[in-house]
Design a protein around this ligand. Structure first.
Ligand SMILES: [Zn+2]
Length: 174
């Protein structure tokens, strides 16, 4: 899944809503702190695994293709950051030490699930059970299928409308 969509899914599904009136606005609204935390956790797997390698690639500028050259310890990091075992363990720790950020931290395993269906079982497969297994689901590569991008963008739009509708409903009942 593209990084912008990861950020949106993180906000829509893993951030808290405020159901009190604030700043002169009456009605449900996003809790900014949890939305920013959700974005950070949701982008973490790609930034952590590809960020340093990308900076190195830009500095060395050998003319090669970044995704072709990507491998070695960077790929191990990619597998670790795209593992449900690692990400859920991390959320478990957050639950114990910083409960307020538990929901936003779930944006990390959500990222893994989204990538699982939008990557194929090739080099950039999503190894959900790593480091126990290197297996990856054979999904559709989003970068080769514009229709996949269209579908997940439409879905996140509906999810946002549903979330706002539910929040308004519970707000009007309070
Ligand atoms: Zn990813």
């Amino acid at each position: 899944m593209d990084i912008l969509a990861h950020g949106l899914y993180s906000v829509v599904l893993c951030s808290k809503m405020r159901t009190t009136a604030a700043n002169g606005v009456t009605g449900p609204q996003l809790d900014r702190k949890s939305a920013l935390a959700a974005i950070a956790f949701g982008l973490l797997p790609d930034i952590l695994s590809m960020g340093p390698a990308f900076v190195r690639h830009m500095l060395i500028a050998d003319g090669g293709h970044f995704f072709v050259a990507y491998g070695g310890s960077d790929l191990v990091l990619y597998r670790l950051t795209h593992s449900l075992i690692v990400s859920l363990a991390f959320s478990g720790v957050i639950l114990l030490v910083g409960r307020a950020f538990f929901l936003p931290s779930l944006a990390w395993p959500l990222h893994v699930v989204c990538d699982m269906f939008t990557h194929s079982a090739s080099k950039f497969r999503t190894t959900v059970f790593y480091p126990l297994f290197s297996w990856g689901f054979n999904g559709l590569r989003w970068w080769e299928h514009p229709e996949v991008i269209a579908v997940y963008w439409v879905i996140v739009g509906f999810l946002w409308l549903a979330r706002m509708g539910l929040a308004r409903h519970s707000f009007s009942r309070d």
